[in-house]
Design a binder for this molecule. Structure first.
Ligand SMILES: [Zn+2]
Ligand SMILES: [Zn+2]
Length: 109
């Protein structure tokens, strides 16, 4: 749930494939309760988040051929992600994301 522009290549590709993985898991009828309880997933935003990541992937010149089914637009509301905490964690842990974040912050001034 961090602005995709901030994310380094690894994190961008990683979160994108996680979205597809979650969609498969839910479709297979397996429980994702743990992820929701830990605040790692917002089912109702899966579709929009996938679109945002796919857009960023394309704008960086990566191929993207994995569409997410339209039905995910209608997913019921479940899960809350703390966006500020996600951003703090990411830029604290990942030098690549931190560098992009600082560059974007400077560009905004
Ligand atoms: Zn995709
Ligand atoms: Zn990163």
């Amino acid at each position: 749930m961090v602005d995709p522009k901030i994310m380094c290549r690894n994190h961008l590709l990683g979160e994108h494939s996680e979205i597809h993985m979650f969609a498969c898991t839910i479709e297979a009828g397996r429980s994702i309760k743990g992820y929701i309880e830990k605040g790692l997933l917002e089912i109702h935003n899966l579709y929009n988040r996938h679109e945002a990541l796919a857009h960023e992937l394309r704008s960086r010149g990566y191929q993207h051929n994995s569409k997410l089914a339209e039905k995910w637009k209608m997913a019921k509301v479940a899960g809350v992600i703390d966006r500020e905490k996600s951003l703090r964690d990411l830029i604290e842990r990942c030098p690549g994301c931190r560098a992009r974040y600082q560059k974007l912050a400077r560009a905004k001034v």
